[in-house]
Write a protein that binds this ligand. Structure first.
Ligand code: PSU
Ligand code: MN
Length: 311
């Protein structure tokens, strides 16, 4: 069979993102599942705008990714953000879903995995989000395609680690197997999303964003094609009470099992359940850490684009 041709018309960059990439201005990719499935309305829309503002304040151009009208759109208009945040029929799009959602032309919000893919195709190296997916607890064999993407696409994902809804030790083992470095931004331990983490070691600590940029640059300068996790702990003043988080996670996991929630519905179900059982406290922490990650990502992208590294 003949090779299928790649179709460049399936990926579209906003004018601003295209111009920035052309000019060598730093760009930070942003996902949209966090908007459609990760946070409740109207906090999701407010946060989507706030993340873009923070990226700009730190010297980079934001490029939020979504599937709209049959194309992968990199860089959204305000009206597109509105649509992702408010319309009830937005598909959650991971790697396997890109084709069918494009073929249908329906709106889709990209997960970490699908956003990494779009960023890579567009030529963007740095991506900010809340937390990555990973290996789920128990023996279901549920492993997020976020790990597949990290193992195959050269993009740095700036995040607050991963949530304790997952099996975090196995998630870190899996990343090691895939050859993905976990760079602790100002931390020796893997952050656990709502909390700063306790005892799971990162691959390497970087004290500032310049050091992170130099590690990323060296990693990719060799021809390695893997991604990287840049793990940033939630600011101490926004950290949630670990006891409250643990109780909410356990309740959420019990409820998910009782209702037989499975597949791609598991993560959104747990996020919503935990938000409800902590009466929104988890959401405040979530928003704070996402903005903090956007700040860090903006700086890393600016460091990577800086002339000091061009030589
Ligand atoms: N973890 C969070 N918030 C999120 C997600 C994960 O703390 O919003 C979303 C991200 O889009 C992530 C996706 O890529 O869930 C992972 O879903 P799954 O486990 O089905 O791969
Ligand atoms: Mn899954």
């Amino acid at each position: 069979m003949n090779d299928l041709p790649e179709d460049d018309t399936r990926i579209r960059l906003s004018d601003e993102v295209a111009e920035a990439l052309h000019a060598g201005t730093p760009v930070v990719a942003l996902e949209s599942t966090i908007i459609s499935h990760g946070l409740p309305h109207p906090r999701n829309l407010e946060t989507a705008h706030a993340i873009e503002t923070v990226v700009r304040e730190n010297g980079s151009v934001p490029a939020t990714v979504a599937l709209l009208d049959g194309v992968i759109q990199v860089g959204l208009e305000d009206s597109d953000l509105d649509r992702i945040a408010t319309s009830g029929d937005v598909a959650k799009v991971s790697l396997r879903d890109i084709g069918w959602v494009l073929a249908r032309g329906g709106p889709g919000a990209t997960t970490v995995a699908a956003t990494m893919f779009a960023a890579h195709r567009a030529g963007i190296r740095v991506f900010a989000t809340g937390g990555i997916g990973g290996v789920h607890r128990g023996d279901s064999g549920d492993v997020s395609a976020d790990l597949t993407a990290l193992g195959t696409l050269p993009v740095a994902v700036v995040c607050a680690g991963a949530k304790a809804i997952l099996d975090l030790p196995r998630t870190l083992e899996h990343l090691e197997t895939l050859g993905v470095p976990v760079i602790g931004q100002g931390t020796d331990v893997f952050p656990e999303f709502w909390t700063r983490g306790t005892d799971l070691p990162v691959t390497i600590r970087a004290d500032d964003t310049a050091e992170t940029a130099s590690i990323l640059r060296a990693h990719w300068s060799t021809g390695l094609t893997t991604g990287a996790v840049v793990a940033v702990p939630v600011p101490a003043e926004n950290e949630a009470d670990p006891g409250v988080v643990e109780e909410a996670v356990n309740l959420g996991l019990t409820e998910a099992a009782a209702r037989g929630v499975s597949g791609s519905a598991v993560t959104p179900f747990l996020l919503a359940h935990i938000a409800e059982s902590t009466t929104g406290a988890s959401i405040d922490t979530n928003v704070a850490l996402v903005l903090n990650n956007a700040t860090t990502a903006g700086r890393i992208a600016a460091e990577l684009a800086s002339p000091a590294y061009q030589a």
